[in-house]
Ligand binder design. Structure first.
Ligand code: WQD
Length: 344
């Protein structure tokens, strides 16, 4: 382990990406203060992080929408950098309950920014999403690709949050921001001690796949095979969550080492390789030596046919590259599901 670096406040620290990022930050020599209100996560996730690292973590149960509680966190802990994960993320739910999304995702975010300004904490890393590109005209998408109007309140919160960060970094001398645009995060830590914990029926593809393999779901529905893509199913850029976590470390290094060239920077975080839904299924079956029951059904409203990242900027500027082999990722996802369900 390298020498002690800055302390990072990780909001949504018990979440899927928050736990993996915390592990990567500690392994890189950072200290971490984790906060979470467990609205979409479990205390066992913090225990998983502690088991992997073999140490106790600094954790506080805190709702980032509660500015009084959040202020206490700022008062009790010194940190130079915040990684803000805490947010709702279900696209469909956001259509049904837009206020819940605007309220939670934007109020919590503005509370964080407000307190950072007040307490003079300079660096914020925001979890954005490839959803901001919508149905892009040219693929792969670069950071310069124009954003398309958001098609869901969830997507809109990501666009608005990016704009707020741009404006704050321009206006406040001591504020620096990085937005990481994630493509499709998948997989789990190789230890199988942390991973994704979806509540209820999963919206995302891989958790549905692993739950179907575990027998929790009868059959996977493939949403459409009549897209203008090589096998007719949608193309996405599936990025291993451990690689994604390392991109956060690279971004925090850049901020804390004073290497930012602009006060607000954006990076695509993907593999740069498109993969279809059917490819993912077939590779999951092969990598784990099992058969998945699936059927082709109609398209899911709101899905874009294809999106994948141009990662040249992240590769060059952050010095980061996705490294995990997709088969290993798919094996890790299944190992995590088996761990959750006590399957041998
Ligand atoms: C991937 C592909 C589906 C489920 C969303 C958000 C994005 C990001 C990740 C946050 C699509 C197909 C899926 C299923 C299927 N945000 N599919 N059967 O839609 O690319 O991105 O999640 O958390 O902002 O928009 O990801 O995993 O839902 O779908 O055929 O049961 O799998 O149609 O082509 P998506 P996804």
């Amino acid at each position: 382990m390298s020498k002690k670096k800055d302390t990072v406040l990780v909001s949504g620290g018990a979440g899927y990406i928050g736990t993996h990022t915390t592990v990567a930050l500690i392994e890189a020599g950072y200290d971490v203060v984790m906060i979470d209100n467990f609205s979409n996560s479990e205390p066992s996730a913090v225990e998983g992080v502690e088991k992997i690292l073999g140490r106790k973590m600094t954790f506080e149960e805190c709702d980032t929408c509660d500015i009084k509680a959040l202020r206490g966190v700022f008062e009790r802990h010194e940190f130079s950098t915040v990684i803000h994960f805490a947010a709702y993320k279900a696209v469909g739910e956001s259509m049904a309950e837009p206020l819940k999304y605007y309220q939670n995702n934007l109020v919590s975010y503005m509370n964080i920014l407000q307190l950072m300004k007040e307490f003079g904490r300079p660096n914020i890393l925001f979890s954005s999403s490839a959803t901001v590109y919508g149905d892009a005209d040219v693929l792969p998408v670069t950071e310069q690709t124009p954003r398309k109007p958001a098609t869901s309140p969830y997507g809109n919160t990501k666009q608005i949050a990016e704009d707020i960060l741009r404006d704050c970094c321009a206006a406040y001398e001591g504020m620096y921001g990085i937005a990481l645009r994630y493509f499709n995060p998948v997989g789990a830590h190789p230890s199988a001690l942390i991973g994704e914990l979806p509540r209820g029926v999963p919206n995302n593809l891989l958790p549905f796949v692993t739950q179907t393999a575990a027998g929790l779901r009868e059959c996977l529905s493939v949403f459409g095979n009549d897209y203008d893509t090589p096998d007719g199913t949608c193309l996405r850029d599936y990025i291993d969550v451990v690689d994604l976590a390392k991109a956060h470390v690279a971004a925090v290094d850049r901020m804390t080492e004073g290497k930012m060239e602009q006060k607000y920077e954006i990076f695509n975080v993907g593999t740069g390789r498109p993969g279809s839904v059917l490819e993912l299924l077939t590779r999951f079956e092969k990598a784990n030596d099992l058969k998945l029951p699936y059927k082709i059904v109609g398209r899911r409203p709101g899905d874009v046919p294809a999106v994948w990242a141009d990662t040249a900027v992240a590769n060059k500027v952050l010095g980061w590259k996705a490294e995990r082999d997709l088969d290993d990722t798919l094996r890790a996802a299944w190992a995590w599901e088996k761990h959750l369900r006590n399957i041998k």
